[in-house]
Design a protein around this ligand. Structure first.
Ligand code: FAD
Ligand code: NAG
Ligand code: NAG
Length: 509
């Protein structure tokens, strides 16, 4: 909806990033490389970890990836009405550089773009409806919200500019031992502060109006995270960046990146559920003891266990999401960290929309809006309603109007009842529901994020989700942990938690 060009600075920087691949990341290898590494979870986080671990440790190490469900995790598709549609993580930002890199590297492509229009539903009618004309949208926004709108774009761009620094640090091999340090390296105290306040506090503090927050900002946080403007300011900014132009998806489905990374990393996929991780001491040939991790798991043929030098947990360690016991650690590691995951139900409906339900007076044949976001209102049953396109766009495809039976996706906090469905739709052929524990519930912004480092060589990828949950965030965390595991293993302290990288790297360039 919002036409914006990428700042020249960002583009320049992007070029530098891609040109300087790996930089001077490798240092003299002093210690023997690790023999075996385990990754638990084959979502985008776990598979990206396998990919980056291979890059850091080379071909000698054996990498096992455990997955109890399906490869892709929260990236998943569902067949309905004769085609596949995304039900989980669906859109990527044009500046999600790791995801872009994976797609290029794996020989995948971006899905063709089908232009869409956005509207906002206030519970009775569409309070805002995007037009084909940029100038009309602009004037409507100006009329309703003054310059809040332009200022928001600048505000988000300011956050994004700092966010982009992480790619340069990672290019040069720098890693961070906690989410706070990673955030601090990107945006200094202002980022920590942002993550430590609600989006509402941050934006009111920056002079945005409450009506703008209710009318424009809340619809964005509701569609992306199913939550209000009381989420933390950092994930809020990520959410608002989701209204930038140029959003994309992977042709054939986003989960293709996960299977591609797994294959490319030459990791072994072990279809099993990990039940426990414990510390083990083993005598070594040269004398002395080596400390290893024992991973216990249940596969089809029964339970088994295996020893590893390094373990990376790439599934959320939270109530209802996973159940892994940690034995023999001091201090002890809990199976579940504080905080819960927020439920979002993705309902795909192949049917005919009841446009009067949205207070639309125009005939359905003229209703071409693709994304209906919602303001918070009494009795609201859904967070968003979108006319969605298949994961692969056939030639000559155009999005049909609402008078035609097509596939809609509804995000709601609770499953939709038949009564609710029959209010929203005149008729339907098929309904498919996917219940996600989707992303953290960000209601308490100043909760400390879980640690990246659970024990000497045992890491937790999902900690990053408490700053913000997104495919790219998992990929950034994956790269960070592969680097961190490498630097810990080889004692390269100079590449961990360095301060002032932004200024230092600028002078090195
Ligand atoms: C409805 C919805 C919409 C979203 N929209 C977007 C979006 O548009 N853009 C975006 O960037 N992000 C979006 N996200 C967020 C994004 O999908 C996630 O941040 C990302 O996919 C998380 O990846 P992950 O690999 O870290 O975790 P997961 O994908 O959850 O992977 C963890 C894996 O570990 C496995 N596992 C769990 N326990 C065990 C065990 N004990 N043993 C073995 N395996 C185990 C699980 O089966 C799972 O496959 C959305 C998420 C949802 C649910
Ligand atoms: C976060 O906020 C809490 C409470 O307002 C405060 O005690 C804490 O110091 C803040 N932390 C940071 C990193 O700003
Ligand atoms: C469509 O929605 C309107 C408004 O909510 C409602 O009055 C009407 O009964 C719905 N139509 C059908 C066929 O359910």
């Amino acid at each position: 909806m919002m036409v914006k060009t990428l700042p020249a600075r960002t583009l320049l920087f992007l070029g530098l990033c891609l040109a300087g691949r790996r930089g001077f990341a490798s240092a003299p290898e002093v210690k023997q490389p690790p023999k075996r590494i385990a990754v638990i979870g084959a979502g985008i986080g776990g598979t990206a970890t396998a990919y980056f671990l291979r890059q850091e440790f080379g071909t000698g190490v054996k990498i096992d990836v455990f997955e109890s469900g399906t490869v892709g995790g929260r990236l998943a598709t569902e067949e309905i009405g004769g085609a596949e549609y995304e039900t989980g993580g669906s859109v990527l930002h044009p500046l999600n550089l790791h995801m872009k890199h994976f797609v290029d590297r794996l020989g995948l492509s971006q899905r063709s773009d089908v232009p869409g229009k956005m509207a906002i539903f206030d519970g009775e009618q569409l309070s805002f409806q995007e037009s084909d004309w940029f100038i009309i949208n602009f004037l409507r926004m100006l009329w309703q919200y003054g310059f809040n709108f332009l200022r928001m774009q600048m505000w988000v761009e300011g956050v994004l500019d700092k966010f982009m620094r992480i790619y340069q640090y990672q290019q040069f091999g720098y890693s961070f031992s906690s989410v706070e340090r990673l955030l601090h390296a990107m945006g200094g105290d202002s980022f920590l502060h942002l993550a430590n306040q609600t989006l509402e506090e941050a934006m009111l503090g920056a002079g945005f109006s409450q009506s703008f927050l209710n009318g424009i900002v809340a619809p964005a946080t509701r569609v992306n995270y199913g939550q209000s403007v009381r989420i933390n300011g950092f994930v809020g900014a990520v959410s608002l960046a989701g209204t930038d132009p140029g959003l994309w998806a992977v042709d054939g489905g986003n989960k293709k990146v996960c299977s591609g990374l797994l294959y490319h990393s030459k990791a072994e996929l072990i279809p099993a559920q990990v039940t426990a991780i414990s510390t083990k001491q083993r005598p070594i040939k040269t004398g002395g003891m080596a400390s290893l991790y024992e991973v216990s798991y249940i596969e089809k043929s029964g339970s088994a266990h295996a020893l590893y030098d390094i373990v990376i947990v790439a599934t959320p360690l939270h109530q209802g999401v996973s159940q892994i016991a940690f034995h023999g650690f001091s201090p002890s590691i809990p199976s579940h960290f504080p905080g819960r995951y927020h439920q979002t139900i993705a309902t795909l409906v192949h049917g005919l929309l009841n446009t009067s339900f949205l207070g639309v007076a125009d005939p359905p044949s003229e209703f071409l809006v693709s994304d209906i976001l919602t303001m918070e209102h009494k009795g609201s049953i859904f967070n968003s309603l979108s006319s969605i396109d298949p994961v692969h766009i056939p030639p000559g495809y155009s999005r049909p109007p609402a008078s035609v039976r097509k596939v809609w996706k509804v995000f709601s906090p609770q499953p939709l009842t038949d009564t609710q469905l029959s209010q929203m739709f005149l008729s339907w052929e098929k309904v498919s529901e996917k219940r996600w524990l989707a992303y953290p519930s960000y209601s308490q912004p100043n909760r400390r994020t879980p640690p990246f480092v659970l024990h000497e060589r045992l890491y937790y990828l999902g900690a990053v989700e408490w700053a913000a949950s997104a495919m790219e965030m998992s990929a950034i965390s994956a790269r960070n942990l592969a680097l961190l595991a490498h630097h810990h293993w080889h004692g390269m302290k100079g590449k961990i938690d360095q301060e002032d990288l932004h200024t230092r790297l600028r002078s090195e360039l």
